[in-house]
Design a protein. Structure first.
Lengths: 109, 115
């Protein structure tokens, strides 16, 4: 049972554009929602995270929007740069993390 | 400071062999997690430790998989009678504590290939 569903599977954005990745979860016991960035050959690295009592969190060019009633959350990357090209995973935490299936982002110069 | 380290970085073995994968967590982190990442997929939880004890091993796929953390620091994931389907990247992560909003820091992973 896939508890965290992520879309799209891949995304191509022009430099300076906005990248949007969406996730939905099922388990209401999740209490922490991080986004991870992964480059080839590397482990995932925390990008930004949100708690379910907050509807939005912004850190620099990265924003998480969280809709508790809909059990959905999304990552927005403003002013996308070629260096942002990577795979992004949403996750939800109860004790361990449950990850989405990933979005491969390509930012074209 | 040093991050989470994993050894070896790559392991090639033959079907039926036994392998051990090692994880050195960040010093002072009491919680340690193992995940498995297949090609093109998100990491999947295997087991986590709080201190020396396995707090939850419900993600281990079968009894060929076992993990230990005898002194509450270094952990070893052990796979017996390896199968081709075990081929994946095995990721280790650690966090300051198990509960609460503590970031999990991931190591670079061990890429296991079973021929």
């Amino acid at each position: 049972q896939q508890q965290v569903k992520q879309s799209p599977q891949s995304l191509i954005v022009q430099k300076g554009g906005i990248s949007i990745i969406n996730c939905a979860y099922e388990n209401t016991a999740f209490d922490y929602f991080p986004w991870y960035q992964q480059f080839p050959g590397k482990g995932p690295a925390l990008l930004i995270a949100i708690r379910p009592d907050v509807s939005e969190k912004k850190e620099g060019r990265f924003t998480i929007s969280f809709n508790k009633s809909a059990k959905q959350f999304s990552l927005h990357i403003m002013d996308s740069q070629p260096g942002d090209s990577a795979t992004y995973f949403c996750a939800a935490k109860q004790r361990a993390l449950t990850f989405g299936s990933g979005t491969r982002l390509q930012v074209q110069p | 400071g040093a991050g989470v380290s994993q050894t070896p970085s790559n392991k090639v073995t033959e079907k039926g062999k036994y392998v051990e994968l090692r994880c050195d967590p960040i010093s002072g982190h009491t919680a340690l997690y193992w995940y498995r990442q297949s090609l093109g997929q998100g990491p999947e939880f295997l087991i986590y430790f709080q201190g020396t004890g396995a707090a939850d091993d419900s993600g281990l796929p079968n009894d060929r998989f076992f993990a230990v953390r005898p002194e509450g620091s270094v952990s070893t994931l052990k796979i017996q009678r390896t199968e081709r389907g075990d081929s994946a990247v095995y990721l280790c992560a650690s966090s300051l504590r198990l509960a609460g909003y503590n970031e999990q820091f991931f190591g670079p992973g061990t890429r296991l290939t079973v021929l």
